[in-house]
Design a protein around this ligand. Structure first.
Ligand code: GTP
Ligand code: MG
Length: 207
């Protein structure tokens, strides 16, 4: 069982648009996908205990670039623009889609945190995103955000229901950036992912 990934240090490194450069890759890079306003940037802030790290907004369409955050000088956590923001212009929607596609197809990402709103059935865009990550065989964890918005007694059940509706095995982690619920579990998960990114010297020596 891997340790929790305890975030001792978190810093913003760079933003990249369509023509932009990504930083030199590290062995571990985790990115966050989900529809606009689902709480991607807020989740980063809650994990890092820093409300000013990633910019958030009550209006969808806040994050418009690929934003790289460096944790403990060892792991990149990447905040991505959301999809499915109907009010954005067609040109904007297209360029955000291209940004996401360019990033995901770069082969950098080791694991995706896919966020879904605990209260709502997945949208067509969520289903498309999920099919994409299955097709490209990208390891993922489903996180059901805004858990504080529904009764405590229903959280686990509703989170798992969202996963089933996506067509995934029936588990999603209930999470709230508002209260910190699910933070310890998510950091545990990130600890496992981080452990998997680092080559196991002992095992390879025994082969
Ligand atoms: N109640 C509650 N509100 C949340 C939670 N997470 C995010 N929010 C709110 O939801 C809104 C959107 O949050 P963001 O973190 O900016 O969402 P995003 O997914 O980064 O959105 P884009 O950058 O537009 O793709 C903000 O008003 C947040 O305060 C949560 O767990 N509980
Ligand atoms: Mg955002």
């Amino acid at each position: 069982m891997e340790e929790q990934f305890i975030i001792r240090q978190a810093e913003f490194v760079t933003s990249a648009g369509l023509g932009g450069q990504y930083p030199e890759p590290l062995p571990c890079e985790i990115a966050i996908v989900g529809k606009s306003n689902v709480g991607k940037s807020s989740l980063i802030n809650r994990l890092a205990n820093n409300q000013k790290l990633a910019k958030t907004s009550a209006q969808p369409g806040k994050t418009r670039l690929v934003n790289f955050f460096l944790l403990n000088k060892a792991l990149y956590l990447v905040d991505l623009p959301g999809y499915g923001f109907a009010k954005a212009s067609k040109t904007e929607q297209k360029s955000w889609g291209e940004l996401l596609e360019r990033y995901l197809s770069s082969g950098r990402v080791k694991h995706l945190l896919m966020l879904i709103d605990i209260r709502h059935a997945p949208t067509q865009d969520d289903l498309q995103m999920f099919r994409y990550l299955i097709y490209y065989n990208i390891p993922y964890t489903l996180v059901a955000t805004k858990a504080d918005k529904i009764a405590k007694s229903k959280r686990k059940q509703e989170a798992n229901k969202r996963a089933k509706e996506l067509g995934a095995p029936p588990f999603a982690l209930p999470f709230s950036s508002e209260t910190g619920e699910g933070k310890a579990e998510l950091l545990q998960r990130i600890g496992q992912i981080f452990g998997d990114c680092i080559p196991k010297e002992k095992e390879s020596a025994e082969e």
